[in-house]
Design a protein around this ligand. Structure first.
Ligand code: ADP
Ligand code: ASP
Ligand code: MG
Length: 438
């Protein structure tokens, strides 16, 4: 069985829902994971913000606007009075339920219940639409089987067992629709797998049912328009190893959420990225296969800050790096790139919320310099150290660009450069010309 996940943009309007319905009704039995309609989760977060701030009027205004939008979607989606009414009743109930939270104390617990409603609504709409079209589709609730443990990590044994029970309730169904993102925690409370977590749901389900393939359907065209981070100048990337995908996911979390990789890799289930706007295109296949000696993609990430600490005390001292890392850890700031020499360490971060505190603390150990408006350029592919020539090619491509840091050898799949943001375009073009266009 295959597991297909459609993201927010792919179910973002009545028409897009109809397109998805067409795509999934090919007679093959499948599990379909859906996100909330695009923008909805953000709006639910906004509603929660008003409620945290004890402003129920503000929340109610947004709730009413959102409800009006959904009523319009329902009017457009259904052609029979029966299903239109059934779905409008559900929308009314859902929004009355959300409104009931504007009256009492509002905590993280209530917020999670509110955030869960986006996926609950979208999956009900699509299931009702399929049933109206006489497709043999059923809705199974993620709250019945998707669960995290006491460490807030998904519990694969529980998921496998409970999902099986749900599927066995409807042995004759062709399509099982279910919610991405939402789950229950170890205490049975409604929770979620973090923003963008629908991909994770699909991957966990794929592993639980030992799927033949996990398909992540997204609006890639939409992503390319507003997401300049992924550069793919020549031909689209057709195949990636899981680790290569993990390197790229950091740069373009919008193609595939990084958490989604591990369960699929572990269960050895291929993940195919597909484009809802071009359904017949082959997409990108992510698997445990490595295409030997091949560079796959070049990606870039902006808004990077480099921090250098220079200290004569570092010379031959042990424990120096630990002290430095502890400072970053205490401000919950993760380090992306790191380069060391005998007299200094350079690190890059993309979260500058606590930059000033970090710099102040680092000054205890040496002289600190900060470079902002930097950018990481990452070359991804089979860069196993025994392969010769690839580092030289990448370095050659960067010959005219001032390079602040280089990182190679951390994994078998990447070489990264830290450069000025203003040099990004030039660097990407040169890398692309050198590595692909010959
Ligand atoms: P899509 O197929 O459009 O990516 P998703 O359901 O995967 O749909 O994502 C829906 C929206 O959730 C995205 O457009 C984005 O705004 C938001 N989102 C996705 N991943 C993240 C993330 N890691 N952090 C915050 N928001 C995210
Ligand atoms: N709807 C959730 C979000 O916007 C989860 C997802 O779409 O993946 O984050
Ligand atoms: Mg996504």
């Amino acid at each position: 069985m295959k597991v297909l996940k459609f993201g927010g943009t792919s179910v973002g309007s009545a028409q897009r829902m109809k397109d998805v319905a067409k795509l999934i009704t090919d007679g093959e039995k499948k599990i379909v994971v859906l996100s909330a309609m695009s923008g909805t989760t953000n709006t639910l977060v906004e509603i929660s913000d008003y409620l945290y701030k004890k402003n129920p009027e503000g929340a109610n205004e947004i709730i009413n606007n959102l409800e009006a939008k959904y009523k319009k979607h329902v009017e457009e989606l259904f052609s029979t009075e029966e299903y239109k009414k059934k779905t409008l009743d559900l929308i009314r109930e859902e929004f009355d339920f959300i409104r009931s939270y504007t009256k009492d104390l509002f905590t993280l617990f209530e917020e999670k219940v509110i955030l869960a409603q986006g996926e609950i609504i979208s999956t009900n709409m699509v299931t009702n639409y399929l049933q109206e079209q006489r497709v043999n589709a059923v809705l199974i609730s993620a709250l019945e089987y998707m669960r995290t443990d006491k460490n807030a990590e998904p519990d694969p044994i529980y998921i496998k067992e409970k999902l099986k029970v749900q599927l066995e309730k409807y042995p004759d169904a062709d399509i099982y629709i279910t919610q991405g993102f939402i789950c229950r925690n170890a205490y049975g409370e409604i929770d979620n797998l973090q923003r963008g977590g629908s991909d994770y749901t699909a991957s966990l389900i794929g592993a639980a049912v030992n799927a033949s393939e996990i398909q992540i359907w997204t609006d890639i065209d939409g992503m390319h328009d507003n997401d300049p981070r992924i550069v793919d100048k020549t031909s689209p990337v057709r195949q990636l190893q899981f680790e290569e995908a993990a390197e790229l996911a950091y740069f373009g979390a919008k193609i595939l959420h990084p958490t989604c990789i591990q369960p699929a890799k572990y269960a050895n289930i291929p993940v195919r990225l597909l484009n809802t706007m071009e359904p017949s295109a082959p997409g990108t296949l992510i698997s445990n296969d490595t295409e030997h000696g091949k560079i796959k993609a070049v990606a870039a990430k902006d808004n990077i800050t480099a921090i250098k600490i220079k200290s004569s005390r570092m010379l031959l001292a042990h424990g120096f790096l630990r002290k430095v890392f502890e400072i970053f850890e205490s401000y919950q700031t993760s380090i992306d790139m790191i380069c060391t020499s005998e007299v200094g360490v350079s690190m890059s971060i993309d979260n500058t919320k606590h930059l000033q505190e970090i710099v102040n603390d680092l000054k205890k150990y040496g002289t600190v310099t900060v470079d902002s408006d930097m950018c990481i350029i990452c070359v991804v592919g089979d860069l196993t150290w025994e392969n010769v020539g690839f580092e030289t090619q990448a370095l050659y491509a960067m010959r005219e660009i001032p390079v602040r840091m280089i990182s190679y050898g951390g994994s078998n799949y990447n070489i990264s450069f830290l450069i000025k943001e203003e040099d990004k375009k030039r660097a990407l073009q040169s890398l692309s010309d050198t590595l692909f266009n010959h």
